[in-house]
Design a protein. Structure first.
Lengths: 327, 269
């Protein structure tokens, strides 16, 4: 009789070791870049920039959930606080856009370090609850703090001059700057996932106890990925503030934390490209169905239920399974 | 003669004989209570360096709990643990692994979404220390590939190196776990039912492997298959209801009337 090992239908990953970015991923990245370059000639640039910012936000969140195995219910805190800092430094201190975005990103990283070091001591749903609780504190702080503008937020943020030279006022100029920021952000996330550090993260996600038994001090790795994820979510929020010339309570509200979960699950958590698609679908829905008011929320709810019930792996996850290639 | 042990002296983690002499792992008065229920009760245990020591007993006897205590995955209620003469009772589990005391798990513990090669490599990667280099390509890890492949070959998994661990048949998963553990080159292995649920063919292969790796290591294993225990182990400790019932070689232990009773009482052959 044949042993079970001979009969099993084994899945061969397209590379035994690690030999850089697979061709397929390279092709998708190039395709996305080309699409990004020509898109503003066909679609409204502001809408496209919104999609890109949320795609980066969702990918940053997915880095934590899909590759670190940590479900944060409070990622709006990093997105929103970065948005406030970026808007404030650009408006009150006249920072150039890239500097304002850098400040926002740094602030989100520091906030991530503070909240993360407390949250990673908890597991599973308790971890999610702690992140949510801290995010609510950030929300109430944003509501009360003098510099955030309360209910009004920080409005008419100047787009400024990139490096003090290139005016960001024309949508087309700003668009290509944002495309650059987001694309680099996505490449950074890709590299993190496919680094020696990323390999340790996958181990922790797959089986934390086993990693501990191999001598890994897993909480340090979890904190590191938490900070990275918070910083990249901050990069997205800070950029968004410059695009819309606005930082408001919406960015730190808990619904924002929920939306990023939805985008990630819909596109495919733990996939490289899923959150980008998830963000595109959700933002498009919000934009084109905006006239239907509350129906958007209901539509999102339905999508969420369908996504969770029918295809847990998300859209890109399903495609990856069909073509038997990681995406 | 070696002088008396200096308290708190740093011991060599290598496979050299330390000053604690023949005992590599010692537990005294080890006790674990779960909300009033005593799972492990006042266990005294000495594992001799270089031996294959088996821990047997009916289901629910507290064997896995013992392993969890010895590797600090659980905090003992009372008692102390010494490894190579060093008191490890207050240490963190990851740090105990770094001392060379590495455990496996009763339930299969591979990394399912990683390939067999990556499973072994993640253990080899420990040598890079606490590295957080998220900016470097994973190409940096290919330096471990040859060694990982050699370890896979050792357990008969060469042809599965590119297979996702989650897709491997059960026996192969257990073999992969052993390869992963061996990648750390631990001085002592704690194996929790390494052969449970395996075919006879797999059992023979893993038995031979354990005998081979025991040449320069200490092995402490929980195993239900008594013929495996009889053929492999130098010494056997029998646990029942959290207490040590008997200890000795197979001939002694298997004749002990209390052991026979405990096994029959629990419905074992
Ligand atoms: N975390 C826990 N909480 C409560 N009871 C536990 C826990 N872990 C184990 N036990 C109990 O302790 C006893 C010993 O379990 P275990 O060590 O797994 O036995 P064995 O490995 O010998 O089959 C069992 O009765 C089990 O139900
Ligand atoms: Mg057990």
């Amino acid at each position: 009789m044949a042993t079970d090992s001979e009969m099993i239908d084994v899945v061969q990953v397209d590379r035994p070791g690690a030999i850089g970015m697979p061709m397929l991923h390279k092709a998708i990245f190039i395709g996305l870049l080309l699409l990004g370059l020509v898109a503003p000639f066909m679609l409204y640039p502001i809408f496209l920039m919104k999609v890109m910012c949320f795609a980066l936000f969702a990918c940053a969140f997915n880095l934590l959930l899909g590759f670190g195995g940590l479900l944060s219910f409070g990622h709006a805190a990093y997105f929103g606080s970065a948005s406030y800092i970026s808007a404030y430094t650009a408006k009150a201190w006249g920072f150039t856009p890239e500097l304002a975005i850098l400040c926002g990103t740094g602030a989100a990283a520091i906030l991530g370090l503070a909240i993360g070091s407390l949250a990673i001591r908890r597991q599973g749903i308790y971890f999610a609850m702690v992140t949510l609780a801290f995010a609510q504190m950030v929300f109430f702080f944003s509501l009360q703090a003098p510099f955030t503008g309360g209910e009004d937020g920080i409005q008419s943020v100047p787009r400024g001059y990139l490096l003090g030279l290139i005016s960001m006022a024309p949508d087309r100029n700003l668009y290509y700057f944002v495309l650059g920021v987001v694309f680099v952000g996505l490449l950074v996330i890709y590299r993190i996932i496919h680094s020696p550090f990323g390999q340790v993260l996958k181990g922790i996600r797959d089986n934390e106890a086993r990693m501990v038994s191999l001598g890994y001090r897993t909480s340090r790795y979890k904190l590191a990925v938490f900070v990275l994820s918070a910083a990249l979510a901050g990069l997205a929020g800070a950029t968004k503030a410059i695009v819309f010339q606005l930082a408001s309570l919406t960015d730190v509200y808990w619904t924002m934390s929920g939306e990023v979960v939805l985008m990630t699950l819909l596109g495919g958590m733990g996939t490289v490209f899923g959150p980008i698609l998830g963000a595109a679908v959700i933002v498009t829905m919000q934009n084109y169905l905006a006239t239907f008011g509350d129906w958007v929320t209901i539509g999102q709810g339905i999508i969420f239920v369908v996504a969770v019930m029918l295809f847990r792996e998300g859209i890109v996850g399903v495609i990856a399974r069909i073509i038997r290639r990681p995406l | 003669m070696a002088p008396a042990i200096a308290i708190g002296s740093a011991f060599d983690n290598g496979h050299s004989v330390s000053m604690s002499g023949d005992t590599i792992l010692e537990a005294s008065g080890l006790t674990k209570e779960f909300k009033g229920f005593v799972a492990v009760s006042n266990v005294d245990l000495k594992v001799r360096r270089g031996s294959i020591h088996a821990l047997i007993g009916p289901n629910g006897a507290g064997k896995t709990t013992c392993f969890n205590l010895l590797t600090k995955f659980l905090q003992p209620t009372r008692g102390s643990i010494h490894y190579n003469g060093q008191d490890i009772t207050a240490m963190q589990p990851a740090d105990i692994a770094r001392l060379g005391l590495v455990r496996s798990f009763q339930i299969s513990a591979v990394f399912p979404k990683m390939t067999a090669l990556e499973n072994v490599r993640i253990a080899l990667q420990r040598r890079r220390g606490d590295s957080f280099d998220f900016w470097r390509s994973e190409r940096a890890l290919t330096e471990f590939d040859d060694e990982a492949l050699a370890l896979l070959a050792d357990v008969g998994l060469t042809e599965f190196s590119a297979t996702l661990a989650g897709e491997l048949p059960y026996g192969r998963k257990r073999a992969l776990e052993i390869a992963t553990t061996l990648a750390l080159n631990p001085e002592m292995l704690l194996l929790d039912e390494p052969m449970a649920g395996m075919t006879q063919q797999d059992i023979d292969r893993i038995s031979a492997l354990i005998r081979r790796i025991a040449a320069n290591r200490t092995i402490f294993m929980v195993e239900h298959n008594l013929s495996v225990v009889a053929s492999l182990s130098d010494r056997i400790t029998v646990l029942a209801r959290g207490e040590v019932l008997a200890e000795g070689d197979y001939a002694t232990v298997s004749k002990d009337p209390r052991v026979v009773e405990a096994y029959i009482g629990a419905g074992h052959a």
